[in-house]
Design a protein around this ligand. Sequence first.
Ligand SMILES: [Zn+2]
Length: 119
Amino acid sequence: MHEASIVDELLRVAEDHAREAGMVRIRRMKLRIGMFRMVVPELLKAAFDVMSQETIAAGAELDMEIIPLIARCGPCDREVAIEDYVFYCPTCGAPLTEIISGKEMDLMELEGDGEEDEE
Ligand SMILES: [Zn+2]
């Protein structure tokens, strides 16, 4: 499953951040995911629930923001929103090779508990 490799990457980044921040438990994560990643949010959530079980992010809430895919058309010198993964300019028909946004996979926020909050 494609989502599994993304969750794997996400968990690694989240655990690093949590450790640096002195968190012992992650409760909520805010993500920005580009459409280019072709992630199905439900599948990502399902993979996360399974894969996070043995980690400090077990049971954490995922807050996902999907970033639209935008490319730049050279000949037209303008930005084109890509729909249905059609990588051709609707105006001039040129292939769109320069992706401006939509490749993101960023962890924006991490909420959790520090050691002192643990009962
Ligand atoms: Zn064009």
